[in-house]
Design a protein around this ligand. Structure first.
Ligand code: G3H
Ligand code: 13P
Ligand code: ZN
Length: 304
């Protein structure tokens, strides 16, 4: 069933676990994640980035996710991830997304406040909630880790939430998007998170949270992937972040590596087989396995 993102996150906040946010781009990823949620009895947020929308089409993604929501029996929210384009944000609100993210974190504070406030007004008028971002979560800019992280300032976070009236806040505490998150020791700034949590009452979101599990990396590399130097957020730090106040955790990279590893395996081991279902079926299974492990880690199992 389709549910409001706010309902999922407020319940998670109250009971000290995190709702898994998974990025989805196609039917097999949606099915793998949803099958895991059904087995685990976990609520989930399925998210489409603007890149996913460009790839698959918003209407297709909405249709796939709403079919999954109608047939699965677990609470599912559909979320626009890292919205930067106002037309796409408006379209998502109109088509029936549960929530949207406005990511104006690359602008200065005042412009971020202005753009976020604008989206909040548009979305709230239609009963849709808004995630915003303050600080800068790093990202991959080339094959190697290239991070530019500007930690969220706790005092600014209080002012930002008060002025924009956003519903959920993505914080920058040392994570970055992609598979190359750390050079050396992985370290999240839980001290900063603790200060934000103390003064900000809305649900807090952790982006760039993939664990990049060594077993998946080994599998992908065995069948030809080149992933030297990849590093994710250790499980123990994800747990600590949830304990400190995070109640939505975003995962994309782990699903990508799983998909990649499974497809590579079939291509390498069965070179005579050209049936796409024989590649995408195992990819869906491995996605399910990865999603299931994330649910266990986040404490979202048996919450519905
Ligand atoms: O946060 C970013 C997600 O991993 C989406 O990535 O823009 O390549 O779809 P994408
Ligand atoms: P990862 O790249 O760590 O999976 O992060 C995904 C994300 O934050 C999507 O918004
Ligand atoms: Zn993100």
């Amino acid at each position: 069933m389709f549910v409001a993102t706010k309902t999922l996150l407020h319940k998670a906040q109250q009971h000290h676990y995190a709702v898994p946010h998974f990025n989805v781009n196609n039917m097999e990823i949606v099915q793998g994640v949803v099958q895991a949620a059904v087995e685990a009895r976990s609520p989930i947020i399925l998210a489409t980035s603007q890149g996913a929308i460009e790839y698959a089409g918003m209407q297709f993604l909405h249709a796939i996710v709403s079919t999954a929501a109608q047939t699965s029996g677990v609470p599912i929210a559909l979320h626009l991830d890292h919205g930067t384009d106002l037309d796409i944000i408006k379209h998502a609100i109109d088509i029936g997304y549960s929530s949207v993210m406005i990511d104006a974190s690359h602008f200065d504070f005042e412009k971020n406040v202005a753009l976020t406030s604008k989206v909040v007004k548009l979305a709230h008028a239609k009963g849709i909630t808004v995630e915003a971002e303050l600080g800068t979560i790093g990202g991959v800019e080339d094959a190697v880790s290239s991070r530019h992280i500007l930690y969220t300032d706790p005092a600014k976070a209080v002012e930002f939430v008060k002025r924009t009236k956003c519903d959920f806040l993505a914080v920058a505490i040392g994570t970055s998007h992609g598979a190359y998150k750390f050079k050396g020791t992985a370290k999240l700034r839980l001290d900063i998170l603790g200060k934000i949590k103390k003064h900000v009452s809305i649900p807090l979101v952790l982006h760039g949270a993939s664990g990049v599990p060594p077993s998946l990396v080994t599998m992908a590399e065995k069948y030809g992937a080149k992933l030297k130097g990849v590093e994710g957020v250790p499980d123990i730090q994800i747990k600590a972040a949830i304990k400190t106040g995070i109640c939505k955790v975003n995962t994309d990279t782990d699903l990508r590596i799983a998909f990649d590893a499974a497809v590579r395996k079939v291509i390498k081991e069965q070179p005579q087989d050209f049936d796409p279902r024989h590649m995408l079926g195992p990819a869906r299974e491995l996605i399910k396995d990865v999603a299931r492990k994330r649910m266990k880690l986040f404490g979202s199992e048996n919450r519905c």
